[in-house]
Design a protein around this ligand. Structure first.
Ligand code: UD1
Ligand code: MG
Length: 481
């Protein structure tokens, strides 16, 4: 069923969230790559409302700054004192010039699992039943802390009673208020003016609007969420962990149904912003974060953390930490590599074991296989960098760039002291400290000459095990050393 977009969505996010015991405002706590309020805003946007406003109050500067960052800043309303959810909605509507014609959806900023589909379904029920208010409810195993849905003998909703105000009998009710409502905008404004504060918390409860409208003869409805886990409200860190687990499961399910093999979902973590293609494989102990993308047949993990990293088709990334890197098609990374921002590995390139790279472009088929640091560098195609090489990019003041050509064979234990340029087809000797540019096709040797001082051990360490071993070897060779 297609439902017209609501006139407004109001997100309540002014509370401190005392039960989090945190210096961070509750709605800014993170799970699966977004803040709590960020998840709610994303779900709200799926409805394409005419207006979207987030009510902020506690730590409002911090929350507002968070909401104005990014491509599509969110409008905020200010609630100076947290006088309750009803008061918060009033502040939201004031920001929208008082009264809104049409449907107003109210959501709490602390229900990050709520999906856009569930919000649409609520809006659809609200419209189909021509209600003044429709509340999203759920049957939960443990209703402690939530507002209870009170129904009459005929099953019609009569009121919502907060946990703190509920009688023992009401506390036994397992159907709870999710905190999500669809309202007729005009009726909402009128009813909010009538909400009183004679309750255990001395607050204006949004939930009272329901009974006020009902008593005035308006249609009041409830829509029961298919999955109660979706409306989990985060009030403490246990609930935060539970929400994180549930959302992660949901996101991994989506990835698996799209053709990604997740070897061990329980030890795999994925952000909501991660994308993938079919036949990607994720091994245990892997975190896929930010804008990370896994292309077809990419294989990552085990024990790998990829942040904002693109792994192209058929590439292999093993036991690696990568941030802001791009791994070319068929390239190979690790085990035990660290790719930092600006690393670009070409097709079939390799960053091997105990290799760190930063701001480095590595050409097609080029290999940096062992124990090396490559920083601020450009390396051409089909070059091999010897084991234990360091791109010496920092002179203590500024960073400098190293350029190495294509089809080079650099020796082990080389230092490339930047700025320096090594031409195409160059060989360098092991142990070289390259401080001067090397012309194409040269062999560069930059190390001390070897001297052998014969008989030194016999003279300086007479009688030692080394001297005896040497004497035996010399005798066996016929007296020649
Ligand atoms: C609220 C509901 C409860 C429901 C539960 C669902 C009320 C009175 N109670 O209780 O029926 O079962 O959510 O999770 O509505 N907020 C403001 N300004 C305020 C007070 C709260 O913006 O003055 C915001 C908070 O930041 C939060 C949301 O409203 O995002 C809900 O507030 P919270 O204190 O968590 O209410 P609950 O006790 O969970
Ligand atoms: Mg809450």
């Amino acid at each position: 069923m297609s439902v017209p977009s609501p006139a407004a969505v109001v997100v309540l996010a002014a509370g401190e969230g005392t039960r989090m015991k945190s210096k961070t405002p509750k709605v800014l706590h993170e799970l699966s790559g977004r803040s709590l309020v960020g998840h709610v805003v994303a779900a709200a946007r799926e409805l394409a409302p005419r207006h979207l406003v987030v009510v902020v109050g506690h730590a409002s500067e911090q929350v507002t700054a968070h909401l104005s960052a990014g491509d599509t800043p969110v409008r905020t309303a200010y609630q100076a004192e947290q006088n309750g959810t009803g008061h918060a909605v009033r502040m939201g509507l004031e920001e929208l010039d008082g009264t809104v014609d049409g449907t107003v959806i109210v959501v709490c900023g602390d229900t990050p699992l709520l999906s856009g589909e569930t919000l649409s379904a609520l809006a659809a029920t609200h419209a189909a039943d021509a209600n003044a208010v429709t509340v999203l409810t759920a049957e939960v195993p443990d209703s402690t802390g939530y507002g209870r849905i009170v129904r009459d003998a005929g099953g019609a909703v009569t009121e919502i009673v907060e946990h703190k105000d509920a009688t023992v009998a009401q506390r036994a009710i397992r159907e709870i208020n999710s905190g999500v409502f669809a309202f007729d905008g005009r009726l909402l404004s009128d009813a909010l003016g009538k909400v009183r504060t004679d309750n255990s918390q001395g607050e204006e409860y949004l939930t009272d609007v329901l009974s006020i409208l009902r008593e005035a003869g308006h249609r009041v409805g409830a829509s029961v969420a298919a999955d109660h886990r979706e409306i989990l409200g985060i009030n403490n860190r246990l609930q935060l962990a539970e929400a994180r687990r549930l959302l992660n499961e949901r996101l991994l399910e989506r990835a698996m149904l799209a053709g990604v093999t997740v070897v061990d979902p329980a030890s795999t973590q994925i952000d909501v912003t991660v994308t993938y293609e079919r036949d990607a494989v994720v091994h245990p102990g892997t975190q896929l974060l930010g804008s990370t993308h896994l292309a077809e047949d990419a294989e990552v993990g085990p024990n790998t953390r990829l942040t904002d990293t693109v792994v192209h088709a058929g590439a292999r990334v093993d036991n690696t930490v990568a941030d802001g890197a791009e791994v070319g098609p068929g390239a190979s990374v690790g085990p035990f590599a660290y790719l930092r921002p600006g690393t670009r590995l070409g097709a079939k390139a390799k960053a091997g074991t105990y290799v760190e790279m930063k701001n480095a472009t590595i050409g097609e088929g080029t290999k940096v296989p062992h124990l090396s640091y490559v920083g601020d560098a450009t390396i051409g195609d089909h070059t091999n960098i010897g084991a234990a090489s360091v791109f010496v990019n920092y002179d203590g003041v500024a960073k400098h760039h190293t350029t190495i050509g294509s089809h080079c064979r650099t020796g082990s234990d080389n230092m490339f002291v930047a700025p320096v340029t090594v031409g195409d087809g160059v060989y360098t000797a092991a142990g070289s400290v390259i401080t001067k540019d090397v012309p194409a096709g040269s062999l560069a040797v930059a190390r001390g000459q070897q001297r052998n001082i014969e008989g030194w051990v016999a003279r300086k360490r007479p009688g030692s095990a080394a001297a005896q071993a040497a004497a035996a070897a010399i005798e066996e060779a016929g007296g020649e050393s």
